[in-house]
Design a protein around this ligand. Structure first.
Ligand code: SF4
Length: 337
């Protein structure tokens, strides 16, 4: 049920901003408001933890410091810089968008034009428009959704369209329109560091006084979500086949939905003639809702079928290599049996 906001919004906004200025983490993308840098950070942060993004972000900006450098980068170099972050369509869309920005003659400066770039949806357009250009658009990510559903005592399923729309409305009401970028970051930071998914730290929260979930003692029950199915477990075997200091690898076709253009180690099903000579490691790798249980074996092979290549280790390092292949090769250095 919609709860009218009868609270003092000005007080709430100021409390959140003051708290943010005092408590925000020093993150590399918060050091300036350059639209290119804001854009790169927002795309990297989708589905990826802050700590994991930081080294990628810094290396990416060193390698591709502006739109032009990104637009002219060879795809394999771009994917190699992204390797390990996952969701590789993000990197490809970044490059498509960089080329479109060149055609447009500069970075779009409003929400609708930003939405026209490949890979940019509501969330990213609102983030760039507000953080880089201070335009009054509310940014709603998982953190903001959690804070606002608890703050308003929203008991409906946050994955449903109706609740998403209600939260969007609240986010628009609460937004500090003159300091939209800073306010959006403050609300996201509150969700990331205080209004935590499992144990919200209400005693540290600047808006605890007006939070409905806290008043009712139901902060641990919200946000209400649909029940998730447990992850599927898939066993996978990977082969390390070496010859004269080179390793046998293959490249996924460019039109594949997952990991297109990435390089992989072979699996036994691809090489019926391979003879396994011993295990070198085992590791788990999770992609979305699947847990891959990977076992790595050394193997030998007499006849190499088409589609495979022998490459030296230092040549492989410059290629976009899948994370499972990287983890498997790491087992050669540190066996994990
Ligand atoms: Fe979240 Fe607690 Fe703050 Fe409410 S009081 S917004 S539940 S941290």
């Amino acid at each position: 049920m919609k709860r009218p906001m009868k609270i003092d919004l000005k007080w709430i906004r100021n409390r959140i901003l003051v708290w943010y200025r005092k408590n925000k983490r020093d993150l590399p993308w918060r050091r300036n408001r350059d639209p290119y840098q804001v854009w790169i950070s927002e795309i990297m942060l989708q589905q990826t933890r802050v700590a994991a993004v930081i080294p990628y972000y810094e290396r990416f900006l060193e390698r591709f410091p502006d739109v032009d450098a990104l637009a002219r980068a060879p795809e394999q170099t771009l994917l190699a810089a992204w390797a390990g972050l996952g969701y590789y369509s993000r990197a490809r869309n970044l490059q498509k968008a960089a080329r479109k920005i060149q055609e447009l003659g500069g970075f779009p400066r409003d929400y609708s034009a930003l939405l026209g770039l490949p890979g940019i949806g509501d969330y990213t357009a609102a983030a760039i428009a507000s953080i880089a250009f201070d335009l009054p658009h509310a940014v709603i990510d998982g953190n903001v959704r959690r804070v606002l559903s608890r703050f308003t005592g929203e008991r409906g399923n946050v994955d449903s369209l109706a609740v998403r729309n209600r939260i969007r409305e609240v986010a628009g009401q609460i937004l500090h329109r003159k300091r939209a970028g800073e306010f959006n970051q403050a609300l996201m930071e509150l969700g990331a560091t205080v209004c935590l998914p499992k144990q919200p730290q209400c005693q540290l929260c600047p808006v605890a006084r007006d939070c409905v979930a806290r008043q009712l003692g139901i902060q641990n029950e919200l946000p209400a979500k649909s029940v998730r199915t447990s992850p599927e477990r898939v066993d996978k075997e990977l082969l390390v086949i070496e010859r004269a200091g080179k390793i046998l690898i293959w490249q996924r076709p460019g039109e594949q939905r997952r990991l297109a253009g990435f390089w992989e180690l072979p699996e036994p099903g691809q090489l019926p003639g391979a003879k396994l000579s011993g295990p070198v490691g085992q590791f788990l790798h999770t992609i979305v809702n699947t847990n891959f249980n990977c076992q790595v074996f050394r193997a030998t092979l007499t006849i190499v079928p088409q589609g495979f290549r022998w490459l030296k280790k230092d040549q492989i390092d410059d290629l976009p290599l899948s994370t499972t292949a990287k983890k498997a090769l790491a087992c050669l250095v540190t066996p994990r049996l």
